[in-house]
Design a protein around this ligand. Structure first.
Ligand code: C2E
Ligand code: CA
Ligand code: CA
Ligand code: CA
Length: 279
């Protein structure tokens, strides 16, 4: 019995350490990725439904891994959150997205809002507001051009602190979007206490539009209520013209999705912006 117990303990200890080793490896790799500049951004346009114009763009991070190829955020953002490297990666995203927005503008393209995803840890980082202000100044970017996307659960965690943070962003002139709206607690009345420009209606609702589900009724009701609260509605994951038509009918303000464009590299986005400029 004593021997079996010992084995169990050894196995347990071995399991723990191999987990730690794995975590350490990922941490090392992410740190290396930052040093070697292996991250890159793709950009997805946000279209004003009424005019058909690109009014914004969301920056989405990717990792160009030397062996694994292009790695999507789902495969490293959660690890970066856990290991505490998300602040550094988030700052890299912020700096590069703002620099890119300034470069598009310098090259004569029309100014569009640039949206950046902020992780929970980043959001609660007391230095975030100052860093954002500095990055805007460094790039000569108008704060009104920057939008930070936070999720509803992030703002729900500590409403008072969130309200304080969001108010300081608002004071800077930056706008806030509530990402993945409808997947969590979804309380519009609650959101009202925050200075928020828009909600981003989650893809789950959009993909069911026009089917026999209740999504049409829900989307119509959310848009109506959001507008009463002076919030704009951006639909995510719009893949078909039919979905766009439904969203137009329900009064949704902006859309984003494969129907218009997949996330593309900076040069390709510049072309999209240029083409519509010539319309
Ligand atoms: P998200 O913020 O909800 O971003 C939208 C995701 O939906 C993106 O996936 C985008 O490529 C995808 N998408 C856009 N249109 C369509 C469509 O029509 N159909 C479908 N099926 N998908 C569409 P992506 O780029 O893989 O990003 C996944 C998530 O990773 C993001 O979800 C966001 O939560 C996170 N993320 C991305 N970039 C960053 C970043 O810079 N910082 C942080 N903290 N998180 C990021
Ligand atoms: Ca987002
Ligand atoms: Ca989203
Ligand atoms: Ca999402």
């Amino acid at each position: 019995a004593k021997k079996a117990g010992g084995n169990r303990i050894r196995r347990y200890a071995a399991g723990l350490s191999s987990q730690n080793v794995e975590r350490l490896e990922v941490e090392t790799q992410l740190k290396q990725a930052l040093r070697r500049d292996e991250f890159l951004l793709h950009y997805q346009p946000q279209i004003q439904i009424a005019s058909g114009h690109i009014v914004g763009v969301e920056a989405l991070v990717r990792w160009q891994h030397p062996v694994r190829g292009l790695v999507l955020p789902i495969d490293f953002i959660p690890l970066a959150e856990e290991s505490g490297l998300i602040e550094a990666i988030g700052e890299w995203v912020l700096r590069n997205a703002c620099a890119q927005a300034a470069a598009w503008q310098r090259s004569g393209l029309p100014a569009v809002r640039i949206a950046i995803n902020v992780s929970a840890r980043q959001f609660h980082d007391p230095e975030l507001v100052a860093v954002v202000a500095q990055v805007l100044a460094d790039n000569g970017l108008d704060p009104e051009q920057l939008e930070l996307e936070i999720t509803e659960s992030m703002s729900m965690k500590d409403p008072e602190e969130s309200s304080r943070i969001l108010t300081s962003f608002k004071a800077l002139g930056i706008s806030i979007a509530i990402d993945d709206f409808g997947t969590g607690y979804s309380n519009l009345a609650y959101l009202r206490q925050f200075p928020v420009r828009c909600i981003k209606l989650d893809r789950a609702f959009v993909s069911e539009l026009g089917s026999q589900s209740s999504s049409d009724a829900i989307v119509e009701a959310i848009v109506a209520m959001a507008h009463k609260l002076d919030l704009q509605v951006v639909a995510e994951g719009v893949e078909t013209a039919e979905q766009r038509d439904h969203l137009l009918r329900y009064g949704c303000d902006e859309l984003q999705g494969y129907w218009y464009s997949r996330p593309v590299d900076a040069a390709t986005f510049g072309v999209l912006l240029q083409d519509q400029h010539e319309l």
